[in-house]
Design a protein around this ligand. Structure first.
Ligand code: 6GU
Length: 222
Protein backbone atom coordinates (compact mmCIF):
# COMPACT_ATOMS: atom_id res chain seq x y z
CA UNK A 1 0.00 0.00 0.00
CA UNK A 2 1.22 3.43 -0.93
CA UNK A 3 -0.48 6.42 0.71
CA UNK A 4 0.26 9.99 -0.39
CA UNK A 5 -0.95 12.63 2.05
CA UNK A 6 -1.49 16.19 0.88
CA UNK A 7 -1.38 18.57 3.84
CA UNK A 8 -0.19 21.95 5.10
CA UNK A 9 1.27 20.23 8.16
CA UNK A 10 3.41 17.22 7.21
CA UNK A 11 5.27 17.52 10.52
CA UNK A 12 2.04 16.59 12.32
CA UNK A 13 2.62 12.99 11.16
CA UNK A 14 6.00 12.51 12.87
CA UNK A 15 4.50 11.05 16.02
CA UNK A 16 2.20 8.84 13.94
CA UNK A 17 5.13 7.33 12.04
CA UNK A 18 7.00 6.66 15.26
CA UNK A 19 4.46 4.08 16.41
CA UNK A 20 5.59 0.48 16.24
CA UNK A 21 2.79 -0.93 14.10
CA UNK A 22 3.23 1.90 11.60
CA UNK A 23 7.00 1.34 11.54
CA UNK A 24 6.38 -2.38 10.95
CA UNK A 25 4.13 -1.59 8.00
CA UNK A 26 6.74 0.76 6.53
CA UNK A 27 9.50 -1.84 6.97
CA UNK A 28 7.24 -4.38 5.26
CA UNK A 29 7.28 -2.14 2.16
CA UNK A 30 4.22 0.06 2.65
CA UNK A 31 4.87 3.73 1.97
CA UNK A 32 3.61 7.00 3.41
CA UNK A 33 4.58 10.14 1.50
CA UNK A 34 3.71 13.77 2.22
CA UNK A 35 3.09 16.66 -0.15
CA UNK A 36 2.84 20.17 1.28
CA UNK A 37 0.33 22.27 -0.67
CA UNK A 38 2.38 25.33 0.21
CA UNK A 39 5.39 24.06 -1.74
CA UNK A 40 3.29 23.83 -4.90
CA UNK A 41 1.22 26.99 -4.67
CA UNK A 42 1.36 29.20 -7.78
CA UNK A 43 0.41 32.18 -5.59
CA UNK A 44 2.81 34.66 -4.03
CA UNK A 45 3.85 34.46 -0.41
CA UNK A 46 2.92 30.78 -0.11
CA UNK A 47 -0.79 31.59 -0.15
CA UNK A 48 -3.02 28.49 -0.20
CA UNK A 49 -6.42 29.69 0.97
CA UNK A 50 -8.78 32.60 0.52
CA UNK A 51 -11.91 34.21 1.95
CA UNK A 52 -15.24 32.62 0.99
CA UNK A 53 -17.30 34.15 -1.78
CA UNK A 54 -20.59 35.34 -0.34
CA UNK A 55 -18.91 36.17 2.94
CA UNK A 56 -18.68 34.29 6.19
CA UNK A 57 -16.06 33.18 8.65
CA UNK A 58 -12.82 31.39 7.97
CA UNK A 59 -10.70 30.60 4.98
CA UNK A 60 -11.20 28.14 2.15
CA UNK A 61 -8.51 25.96 0.54
CA UNK A 62 -8.15 27.07 -3.10
CA UNK A 63 -8.87 24.77 -6.04
CA UNK A 64 -5.93 26.08 -8.11
CA UNK A 65 -3.53 25.35 -5.25
CA UNK A 66 -4.75 21.78 -4.84
CA UNK A 67 -4.55 21.25 -8.59
CA UNK A 68 -0.96 22.53 -8.66
CA UNK A 69 0.01 20.16 -5.82
CA UNK A 70 -1.63 17.11 -7.44
CA UNK A 71 -0.25 17.97 -10.88
CA UNK A 72 3.21 18.70 -9.46
CA UNK A 73 3.33 15.37 -7.63
CA UNK A 74 1.73 13.05 -10.21
CA UNK A 75 2.41 14.94 -13.45
CA UNK A 76 -1.20 14.40 -14.49
CA UNK A 77 -4.46 16.29 -14.67
CA UNK A 78 -6.20 15.66 -11.31
CA UNK A 79 -9.50 15.22 -13.15
CA UNK A 80 -7.95 12.16 -14.85
CA UNK A 81 -6.05 11.06 -11.76
CA UNK A 82 -9.15 10.20 -9.77
CA UNK A 83 -10.10 7.62 -12.41
CA UNK A 84 -6.81 5.80 -11.83
CA UNK A 85 -6.59 5.90 -8.04
CA UNK A 86 -8.79 6.63 -5.04
CA UNK A 87 -8.39 10.30 -4.08
CA UNK A 88 -9.97 10.75 -0.66
CA UNK A 89 -10.92 14.21 0.56
CA UNK A 90 -11.15 14.29 4.36
CA UNK A 91 -14.20 16.33 5.23
CA UNK A 92 -16.68 16.14 8.11
CA UNK A 93 -19.64 15.72 5.77
CA UNK A 94 -18.19 12.68 3.97
CA UNK A 95 -18.99 8.96 4.17
CA UNK A 96 -18.42 7.96 7.77
CA UNK A 97 -15.53 5.55 8.19
CA UNK A 98 -16.40 2.09 9.53
CA UNK A 99 -14.75 -1.34 9.42
CA UNK A 100 -16.34 -2.20 6.08
CA UNK A 101 -15.14 1.03 4.45
CA UNK A 102 -11.66 0.48 5.90
CA UNK A 103 -11.58 -3.05 4.43
CA UNK A 104 -12.54 -1.66 1.06
CA UNK A 105 -9.80 0.98 1.14
CA UNK A 106 -7.19 -1.44 2.54
CA UNK A 107 -7.45 -3.45 -0.67
CA UNK A 108 -6.40 -0.55 -2.91
CA UNK A 109 -2.77 -0.56 -4.12
CA UNK A 110 -2.49 3.21 -3.58
CA UNK A 111 -4.44 6.04 -1.98
CA UNK A 112 -4.24 9.82 -2.07
CA UNK A 113 -5.50 11.73 0.98
CA UNK A 114 -6.38 15.40 0.77
CA UNK A 115 -6.37 17.18 4.14
CA UNK A 116 -8.29 20.42 4.42
CA UNK A 117 -7.91 23.15 7.00
CA UNK A 118 -9.83 26.21 8.08
CA UNK A 119 -13.41 26.21 6.77
CA UNK A 120 -12.54 23.42 4.36
CA UNK A 121 -12.22 22.85 0.62
CA UNK A 122 -13.47 24.89 -2.29
CA UNK A 123 -16.36 22.68 -3.42
CA UNK A 124 -14.79 22.23 -6.88
CA UNK A 125 -11.95 20.23 -5.28
CA UNK A 126 -14.49 17.75 -3.90
CA UNK A 127 -16.49 17.71 -7.09
CA UNK A 128 -13.71 17.31 -9.66
CA UNK A 129 -10.55 15.99 -7.96
CA UNK A 130 -11.83 13.65 -5.22
CA UNK A 131 -13.12 10.13 -5.86
CA UNK A 132 -14.45 9.88 -2.28
CA UNK A 133 -15.26 12.11 0.67
CA UNK A 134 -14.38 10.58 4.01
CA UNK A 135 -15.40 11.62 7.52
CA UNK A 136 -14.38 10.00 10.81
CA UNK A 137 -17.59 11.00 12.58
CA UNK A 138 -20.29 13.58 12.93
CA UNK A 139 -18.34 16.32 14.66
CA UNK A 140 -15.98 18.97 13.33
CA UNK A 141 -12.21 19.01 13.73
CA UNK A 142 -9.89 21.88 12.83
CA UNK A 143 -8.31 19.97 9.96
CA UNK A 144 -7.96 16.71 8.09
CA UNK A 145 -4.64 15.65 9.64
CA UNK A 146 -6.04 13.74 12.62
CA UNK A 147 -8.67 12.06 10.41
CA UNK A 148 -5.88 11.13 7.94
CA UNK A 149 -3.92 9.49 10.78
CA UNK A 150 -7.05 7.66 11.94
CA UNK A 151 -7.59 6.38 8.41
CA UNK A 152 -3.93 5.35 7.90
CA UNK A 153 -3.87 3.61 11.29
CA UNK A 154 -7.02 1.66 10.47
CA UNK A 155 -5.77 0.72 6.99
CA UNK A 156 -2.17 -0.15 7.90
CA UNK A 157 -3.14 -2.45 10.75
CA UNK A 158 -5.15 -4.48 8.24
CA UNK A 159 -2.05 -5.07 6.12
CA UNK A 160 -0.37 -8.46 6.59
CA UNK A 161 2.58 -8.23 8.98
CA UNK A 162 1.64 -4.89 10.57
CA UNK A 163 0.56 -6.49 13.84
CA UNK A 164 2.64 -8.90 15.87
CA UNK A 165 0.27 -11.80 15.41
CA UNK A 166 -1.17 -12.74 12.02
CA UNK A 167 -4.70 -13.21 13.37
CA UNK A 168 -4.83 -10.03 15.46
CA UNK A 169 -6.81 -8.02 12.92
CA UNK A 170 -9.07 -10.83 11.68
CA UNK A 171 -11.06 -11.32 14.86
CA UNK A 172 -11.27 -7.87 16.34
CA UNK A 173 -14.21 -5.59 16.94
CA UNK A 174 -16.64 -5.17 14.02
CA UNK A 175 -14.88 -7.79 11.87
CA UNK A 176 -16.72 -10.35 9.76
CA UNK A 177 -15.35 -13.08 12.03
CA UNK A 178 -17.34 -11.52 14.88
CA UNK A 179 -20.40 -10.88 12.71
CA UNK A 180 -19.74 -7.14 12.90
CA UNK A 181 -20.11 -7.08 16.67
CA UNK A 182 -17.69 -5.50 19.18
CA UNK A 183 -14.90 -7.70 20.44
CA UNK A 184 -15.23 -10.08 23.41
CA UNK A 185 -13.56 -9.10 26.71
CA UNK A 186 -9.88 -9.89 27.37
CA UNK A 187 -8.17 -10.77 30.65
CA UNK A 188 -4.59 -11.37 31.73
CA UNK A 189 -2.77 -12.14 34.99
CA UNK A 190 -3.48 -11.93 37.84
CA UNK A 191 -6.32 -14.47 37.62
CA UNK A 192 -7.91 -12.78 40.62
CA UNK A 193 -7.49 -9.16 41.67
CA UNK A 194 -9.26 -7.47 44.60
CA UNK A 195 -11.73 -10.33 44.52
CA UNK A 196 -12.48 -9.79 40.82
CA UNK A 197 -11.97 -13.18 39.16
CA UNK A 198 -11.27 -13.95 35.52
CA UNK A 199 -14.12 -16.02 33.96
CA UNK A 200 -13.45 -19.67 34.78
CA UNK A 201 -13.81 -20.87 31.17
CA UNK A 202 -10.75 -18.85 30.08
CA UNK A 203 -8.58 -20.76 32.56
CA UNK A 204 -9.98 -24.15 31.50
CA UNK A 205 -7.75 -24.73 28.45
CA UNK A 206 -10.86 -26.00 26.62
CA UNK A 207 -10.54 -24.24 23.26
CA UNK A 208 -13.99 -25.03 21.87
CA UNK A 209 -15.67 -23.75 25.05
CA UNK A 210 -13.50 -20.65 25.07
CA UNK A 211 -14.38 -19.92 21.47
CA UNK A 212 -18.09 -20.38 22.15
CA UNK A 213 -17.93 -18.14 25.23
CA UNK A 214 -16.12 -15.41 23.31
CA UNK A 215 -18.60 -15.42 20.41
CA UNK A 216 -21.48 -15.27 22.88
CA UNK A 217 -19.87 -12.32 24.74
CA UNK A 218 -19.30 -10.53 21.44
CA UNK A 219 -22.92 -11.06 20.37
CA UNK A 220 -24.18 -9.73 23.70
CA UNK A 221 -22.27 -6.49 23.11
CA UNK A 222 -23.70 -5.97 19.62
CL1 6GU B 1 -12.40 14.09 7.80
N1 6GU B 1 -12.30 16.53 8.79
C1 6GU B 1 -12.62 17.47 9.70
N2 6GU B 1 -12.11 18.70 9.57
N3 6GU B 1 -13.43 17.25 10.71
C2 6GU B 1 -13.92 16.02 10.82
C3 6GU B 1 -13.63 14.98 9.92
C4 6GU B 1 -12.81 15.28 8.89
N4 6GU B 1 -14.29 13.87 10.29
C5 6GU B 1 -14.95 14.20 11.39
N5 6GU B 1 -14.74 15.49 11.72
Amino acid sequence: MRIDIFTLFPEAFEWFESQRHVGNALRAGHRLAYVNYREHTPLSGGQVDDTPFGGGAGMVLRVDVVEAALRGHYGADPVQLRRERRVLALTPGGRVLDDEFVDELAQEPALTLLCGRYEGFDERILEHFASDRVSIGRYVLAGGELPAMVLCDAILRKQPGALGHADSAAEESFSRALEGAPEYPHYTRPAEYRGWPVPEVLLSGHHANIREWRLEQSRRRA
